[in-house]
Structure formats: structure tokens, C-alpha cells
Design a protein around this ligand. Structure first.
Ligand code: DX5
Ligand code: ZN
Length: 235
């Protein structure tokens, strides 16, 4: 059965993307159902045990998710060799894939994602420099600025990651580039304020959503906090 996919939303609009890394894997479908009314994106953390010191999930799980949810599947590939798996993720039902700039071969990976019909994401670690991603900003759909070092959920927010978001948003505005700027790691209803002020508009939250008694309410609180922060900026 093919499930209709939700509209991913306009580029630049505020969105919360719950990370399933903090969900209960034995009841994944039910956990996702708890946030479906509150969000349009789901963040899928793929870790390979090489690029990061942790192993998580791969295309078979994405395929299982695709069969149960219409949410936009935002796949964050923390992998040394993402190019070997992009087609498998696309075939499994990923909507967008994000590769890390640190693994190199970025131009080829961007072209490969485009050719596969995936939305194109590029991620950078919090100790990276804006100049590492700047050459690609006119060709990608999403820049993911890590606000923790990737590998594990539940880490403390690192504001240093926001400097790249700030510079990327300024460059996007100056050049008229349509770009989603996503932040990932330690994002909750409090830290999302600084993220929004830095120009981010997609907020990944794992523990701040799935480790709460009411995940939908928690996701809505993060979105509301971002909305208030953006309204303040726009005044
Ligand atoms: C970290 C992952 C994150 C993580 C976020 O490597 O990329 O997506 O799951 O989890 P929290 O929101 O708990 O920091
Ligand atoms: Zn992630």
C-alpha cells in the first residue's frame, strides 16, 4: 500500500522534526503515531560506527517507517560512505537525505542526491567553519548545523553550532537562495529561541520530544517557542 506523503512545508517555514533515535524501538510505530498530529517531519538518524562511534538504523527501518507514516522522512546520514547507500534510502522511501561535509566528495554527493530525486541536505559539525559549506549553499535544499557532536541523543546544546547557521542565513538572504536551515542536538523549547534568532527554521528534537510524557505537546511547545521568537525578530 502506498501512503500519501504530507506536504513538507514551504522552504524557510518553522518546523519541528522529532528524532526517532529517542523513541522506543520496540514500539516505534506507536511512538510515531503520538507525534503525527503535531509535526510534518520525522528525523531519522543513520549512524555507521565509523563516522560516528554508534550504530543505529538503515534502509530496512526507513522502509518500515514509510509503510506506516506519511510524515516527511528527513534522513541524516552520519556515514563515511553515504554515496553507497543513497539509492537504497531513496528506494526505501526517504524524502530527503543529508550528508556530512566532513566526509568529502560533496559535489558528487549533491549531484547524486539530485539525480535520485531526493531533497538535498548538507550537514556540518559544530567545530566546522562557514567556509566549509559556503560553496554549496546555492545548490542544496537544507543546511544542517549540528549543535552537538553527532553520535548520541540526549547531549547538551552547543551554541557554537549556531554561528554557521547565522552566517548561512545571512548569505541566503543576501543572495536570494531558498534554503532550510536545520539545527540538531540539544534542541528544546528553551534552546530553540537562540536557534530561531540565528536563522534556523527546522528544529530536530529527540529527547525533548520522545522522552516527555506527551510527545505531541512537547513538539508543539518547541514550535510555539520558535514562532514567538521569530515574531519578535520580525517586528
Ligand atoms: C545526534 C543526532 C540527533 C539526536 C538529537 O547525533 O543527529 O538527531 O538524535 O537528539 P537530542 O534532541 O536528544 O539531542
Ligand atoms: Zn540527526
Amino acid at each position: 500500500m502506498t501512503i500519501a506523503r504530507v506536504d513538507p512545508g514551504e522552504v524557510g517555514s518553522l518546523r519541528v522534526a522529532p528524532s526517532i533515535l529517542s523513541a522506543n524501538f520496540t514500539t516505534l510505530g506507536a511512538d510515531i503515531a503520538t507525534v503525527e498530529s503535531a509535526v510534518s517531519w520525522l528525523h531519522v538518524d543513520v549512524m555507521d560506527g565509523h563516522f560516528v562511534p554508534n550504530l543505529t538504523i538503515g534502509p530496512p527501518v526507513v522502509q518500515a517507517l514509510r509503510a506506516t507514516t506519511s510524515l516527511y522522512l528527513d534522513c541524516h546520514l552520519m556515514m563515511t560512505n553515504p554515496g553507497d547507500y543513497l539509492e537504497a534510502f531513496r528506494d526505501a522511501g526517504a524524502d530527503g537525505c543529508t550528508v556530512h561535509v566532513e566526509v568529502g566528495g560533496t559535489n558528487a554527493l549533491i549531484e547524486q542526491m539530485r539525480a535520485l530525486g531526493l531533497r538535498v541536505g548538507l550537514a556540518i559539525n559544530p567545530d566546522g567553519a562557514f567556509s566549509d559549506v559556503e560553496p554549496y549553499l546555492d545548490r542544496i535544499d537544507l543546511l544542517l548545523c549540528m549543535t552537538v557532536f553527532p553520535g548520541f541523543g540526549g547531549q547538551s546544546f552547543l551554541p557554537a553550532g549556531l554561528e554557521i547557521a547565522r552566517q548561512a542565513r545571512a548569505a541566503a538572504l543576501a543572495n536570494g537562495w531558498e534554503l532550510d536551515i536545520e539545527v540538531d542536538g540539544g534542541v528544546d523549547a528553551t534552546t530553540v529561541v537562540a536557534c530561531t534568532e540565528a536563522g534556523a527554521n527546522v528544529f530536530v528534537a529527540g529527547s525533548a520530544v520522545f522522552n516527555r510524557p506527551d510527545p505531541a505537546e512537547a513538539a508543539t511547545a518547541i514550535a510555539e517557542s520558535a514562532r514567538v521568537a521569530r515574531a519578535r525578530i520580525e517586528v
